[in-house]
Every structure is written in C-alpha cells, then in structure tokens.
Design a protein around this ligand. Structure first.
Ligand code: SAM
Ligand code: SF4
Length: 328
C-alpha cells in the first residue's frame, strides 16, 4: 500500500468527516444565532462519504473522526459509524456536543465507536446557556455521566477557553479528572465565525500556558503525561493518583502544523487540508464519478501536494467561516 504523504513529508493518516453543517446549539465562538445552513441538496449522502472514506483507507488513512456541525443530528450517523468500522478503520471516534448522546450511546457502542469527545465549556448551567445559546446543560451532563458507564469510558471533554467567560472554572474543570476517568482539555480559541477584525479573539483569548499555570497555582501537583501518539495535539498532565488527565490544545500559541496528519471532508464534499487556511479542494464530482476510487485518489494526491507547511495567521476572509462548516 502506498501511504498518502504530503510534500512536507507528513504522513496523512487521520480523516475528519463533517457529516452535517447543522447543529442544535449555537455556540458563540462557532456560529451566529441566525446561521443559514446549507441546502440539503448540496450535502453528500452517507454512502458517498463512505466511498470517500474507503478511498482514504486504501491510501493508509487508518483513523477517522465523525464530526460536524453536530454529528448526532444527522439521521443514520450511528449506522455510518458501523460502516466505517466494517470497512476496516483502526480507530473510529466522534466529537459531539452531547445533547443527543445519551439516547445514542448503546447504538454507538454496538456500532463499534472507539472513543467519544464531548464538548463542554462550563459546569454552570446559566453560563452554558450564555455560551451555547441553549439551555441544555443538564442533558449534556447526563450524557457525560452515562458515557462513563459504557466501554467509551474514559471520555474526553473539550472546553474552549475564554477569558472572562470560563477561566474562573479552570480549577473546577481540572478537578473533574481527580474524580472521574475523564481527559479534560482546554482548547485555545480560534478566530473564526465572522471575527474578521479579530476583536472578539483579542478580548477572549487565553494561551494554553496560562491555563496550565493557573491550574497548577490553584491545585498544584500536575505532572506531565508522556504522549502515546506523538501526533496528538494535546499536552497532557495528571494529578497524582487521578483517574483522568488534564491538558491544553494550543493551535494558536503553539501550532502543531509540523506534525499535522489531518484531512477534513466537509458535508458538501470539499477536502480541507488545513484548518488555518482557506484552502479547499472539491471532491464531490470525483465521488460521484463512474469509477470513484481512482478519481478520489487523484484528488487526494493533489490535496497532499498543496497541503501548506503551516497555517500561519488566518487570513481575514477565512475568519468568516465557521468551525461547523469545516468540521472541527
Ligand atoms: N458539534 C460538535 C461539538 O461541539 O463537539 C462537533 C463539531 S464542533 C465544530 C468541534 C469542536 O470545535 C468543538 O469542541 C468546539 O468547541 C470547537 N470549536 C468551534 N469553534 C471554535 C473556535 N472558534 N475556536 C476553538 N474551537 C472551536
Ligand atoms: Fe454546534 Fe459544536 Fe459549533 Fe457548538 S461547537 S455550535 S455544538 S457545531
């Protein structure tokens, strides 16, 4: 098998599929309240997404994450997870806001999901409503607790760090890892969703290093954990004897471009080789062609050739995109 590798010698072995741009939340950093979703006629079918995934698998892409928008709002997504396992991906994971997770846990476990990341920025219901513009904290928390009772435990919790919004909860979030088998990670805020002049970003951004310092100052005893996968973006730490880990993901202050192994497929059939640039490569026609696998391979190799060495700073026009469109 020939391994898909880009022109900077980075192995591309991790695919993220955004199965839908739709979402049942409206997180402030991710999308506007009045977002207009794409017409459904532009969205790939799950069968088409599977064809794309299979073509990637033939080129050595062995890990896939199902994301969105909110993946669990897409009908048939649980079955889709099973298909991805059946065709032979080593690792099939999902990122979800948790709202529909509890009802789908059994199906996802049966389908063979390997891991779940749940996005949760706060432990305070009112603040949750402020951030997500939805009053659903209790339901998400219930999903988190339910997931811990399944083979999907330990669960990963992702929180976007925002100064003046949830930085007063760094210690509370970190403390969860002492009580539960949770890997809690604060992610640095990225300037997307119409933040073209960067003003929202400048007022809210907190670097990962500050988050770690504050957790250490308030709780003490954080010890670094050695990474199993050197390409993993999180820097992780552990409190002595804790069942979980605490960490930061620092795409802004310490971009991990040099070890980036990712490819993203958007719901409307474009490949995004880099989250921090506006580059996209249409692949819908190749997927829908008579002989899709070789056609997709041609597009994948082209994408590998143009994947930039680093995202550098996000051009202003890119900041109009939302993470839900790209598949965070
Ligand atoms: N709806 C699912 C969820 O929220 O987990 C999956 C898709 S969401 C776009 C994936 C991740 O992107 C979430 O963890 C979210 O917090 C993160 N995200 C969205 N906008 C972001 C931004 N501007 N900066 C950093 N992370 C962001
Ligand atoms: Fe929806 Fe996830 Fe974006 Fe929040 S971060 S609006 S849950 S897609």
């Amino acid at each position: 098998m020939i391994q898909l590798t880009d022109s900077h010698d980075r192995k591309m072995d991790y695919l993220r599929i955004s199965v839908t741009d739709r979402c049942n939340f409206r997180c402030q950093y991710c999308m506007p309240e009045d977002i207009v979703f794409q017409d459904k006629s532009h969205i790939l079918t799950l069968e088409e997404m599977l064809t794309f995934a299979e073509a990637c698998l033939f080129l050595g892409v062995n890990k896939v994450r199902v994301t969105g928008g909110e993946p669990l709002v897409r009908r048939g997504v649980v079955k889709f997870v099973g298909w991805l396992k059946d065709i032979g991906f080593d690792e099939v994971t999902m990122t979800s806001n948790g709202y529909l997770l509890e009802d789908n846990l059994e199906g996802l476990v049966e389908a063979g999901l390997d891991r779940i990341n749940i996005s949760l920025d706060t432990l305070q219901p009112e603040k949750f409503q402020f951030i997500t513009r939805r009053n659903h904290f209790e339901k998400v928390w219930s999903s988190v607790m339910a997931a811990l009772e399944t083979p999907l435990s330990p669960v990963k919790i992702n929180a976007v760090a925002m100064r003046g919004v949830n930085d007063d909860e760094i210690a509370d979030m970190a403390s969860l890892t002492m009580k539960y088998p949770m890997h809690v990670r604060f992610i640095e805020l990225m300037p997307l969703n119409g933040d073209t002049d960067g003003s929202r970003f400048r007022s809210l951004f907190i670097p990962g290093s500050e988050i770690l310092e504050r957790a250490q100052d308030e709780l003490g005893g954080l010890e670094p954990v050695e990474k199993e996968d050197p390409a993993a973006p999180a820097d992780e730490f552990k409190f002595d004897g804790a069942p979980g880990t605490f960490g930061v993901i620092t795409p802004v202050s310490e971009p991990f471009c040099a070890r980036c192994s990712r490819l993203r497929l958007t719901a409307d059939g474009k490949i995004h080789p880099c989250l921090l640039t506006d580059l996209d490569v249409p692949v819908k026609d190749a997927i829908r062609s008579e002989d899709p696998i070789p056609a997709i391979h041609e597009v994948l190799w082209h994408t590998a050739r143009i994947k930039p060495p680093a995202g550098l700073t996000l051009p202003e026009e890119s900041r109009n995109r939302t993470m839900s469109q790209i598949g965070g």
